[in-house]
Design a protein around this ligand. Structure first.
Ligand SMILES: C[S@@+](CC[C@H](N)C(=O)[O-])C[C@H]1O[C@@H](n2cnc3c(N)ncnc32)[C@H](O)[C@@H]1O
Length: 412
């Protein structure tokens, strides 16, 4: 087919499997792969091709001719418009099983490793789980207030009244407070400043009756009362605020915490890691280090976002460093088999950080990841440097979406 004259093409395709990112995968008659948004394995779908590349194509379902028994009616009226919860067409109680298959294949393909037989995905509530969100509060010229999520591509806003994955506390808070927050923001502007019609706001539900919020330009005198909050986890009080990173599924988080604690204890018990030093890299407000602080003689936390430091200093008395992890690793010699936890953003470990860990005396690494693709990439490098995969666990922190949290334990 001449790519230049490709305008519109509709064809019937049998979906082979689900792939990373949640799309169904099929093959075109010419052998190229087609990634189909909204399709499930086994289904026969009429697909409209939207993207036509030399090596692959992309399409969307126009009609499902033969349905999977696992197909569900999307619960949210904004499915397909908001861009947020693209897996709602798959039964909630089947999502972890499909994710497990996707990840087993992902790790085989990208890292040439079989995930262990006992690899499990821990699950929690399918809806009403998300305790952290960024929303836009917008007003019309007439002053009518609405709120929604910002669209990734167009920068437009998808308005909602009730988002079914947000916690009930966040939905209630928005209904009662969106107008007040916008008015408060307008009052804080200098008199002669033209008021914008859109305000990006971070919201955080601490799971214990308090919703905190933050917007750029919030008066410093309001910050403590409105943005800061405390989460109770594993018997510890952890201070944070709505402007910085915090885990976004508090209901399932105890299972990840438990897995990390067990992994740490196992390393201390079997002698692979020492209680002389815990290093928590990409530490946010010192989340894991705070929970583990009683087990170690010395603790270092390293986090790039300066806004986290004041909380880390409240949460634990340790060497809390505000710096990129790769810079800290370049300047500090880790010459004992310290216990090391890394929890990088989606991009995974910066290559220089990974190299420094390999060259250090660390023999056991607990790697928490929110992106299995970069985890697979980094794992392959650790494996080539002599580390073995000891344990792998998954956590369905983001039901209705294709995203997955994982924890790997590596040792050498
Ligand atoms: C997935 S979060 C984990 C935070 C923390 N472990 C927790 O559980 O709350 C990743 C953190 O890494 C921080 N970060 C991103 N790049 C970094 C870098 N190069 N060095 C240090 N921290 C970084 C982000 O600001 C964010 O707080």
């Amino acid at each position: 087919m001449d790519l230049a004259i490709f305008i519109l093409m509709i064809l019937d395709l049998r979906i082979e499997k689900l792939v990373q990112g949640g799309e169904g995968m099929a093959r075109l008659p010419d052998g190229r792969v087609c990634f189909v948004q909204g399709a499930l394995p086994g289904e026969l779908c009429t697909v409209e091709l939207l993207q036509n590349k030399k090596d692959f194509t992309r399409g969307r379902v126009v009609k499902v001719i033969e349905k999977s028994p696992d197909r569900a009616q999307p619960k949210c009226p904004l499915y397909g418009k908001c861009g947020g919860c693209s897996l709602q067409h798959l039964e909630s109680d089947k999502q972890a099983l499909y994710s497990e298959r996707v990840e087993r294949e992902n790790f085989k393909r990208l890292a040439h490793v079989e995930l262990p037989e006992n690899f499990v995905i821990h699950t929690g509530p399918a809806w009403g789980y998300r305790n952290r969100a960024r929303v836009v509060i917008a007003t019309s010229k007439e002053g009518k207030v609405r709120y929604g999520f910002r669209m990734q591509k167009s920068n437009g806003i998808v308005s909602f009244e009730n988002c079914p994955v947000l916690t009930p506390a966040l939905n209630d808070f928005l209904k009662s407070n969106a107008s007040k927050i916008y008015e408060e923001f307008v009052r804080s502007l200098p008199v002669n400043r033209k008021k914008p019609f859109e305000l990006d706001v971070n919201l955080f539900d601490n799971g214990n009756g308090k919703v905190s919020y933050y917007y750029k330009g919030m008066p410093a005198s309001d910050f403590e009362k409105k943005a800061v909050s405390i989460v109770e986890m594993a018997g510890k009080r952890i201070q944070s605020d709505a402007s910085v990173f915090f885990q976004s599924n508090l209901q399932l988080l105890p299972e990840l915490v438990n897995a990390v604690q067990n992994a740490v204890d196992e390393g201390l018990d079997n002698g692979e890691a020492s209680d002389a030093w815990l290093i928590d890299l990409f530490s946010g407000v010192g989340f894991f280090a705070t929970i583990l602080k009683d087990r170690f003689k010395k603790i270092t936390t390293v986090e790039r976002d300066e806004g986290c430091l004041k909380h880390a200093n409240v949460n634990l008395s340790a060497e809390n460093v505000s710096a990129p992890a790769e810079d800290w690793l370049a300047e500090n010699v880790v010459d004992i088999p310290a216990t090391l936890i890394v929890d990088p953003p989606r991009t995974g470990l910066p290559p220089s950080a990974l190299d420094a860990i390999v060259k250090s005396s660390v023999n056991r690494l607990i790697y928490v990841s929110c992106d299995p693709v970069t985890l697979a990439r980094d794992f392959a490098k650790f494996r080539d440097a002599g580390f073995e995969l000891k344990r792998a666990e998954g956590f369905a922190f983001y039901p209705q979406t294709p995203h997955l949290e994982m924890m790997f334990v590596l040792s050498r």
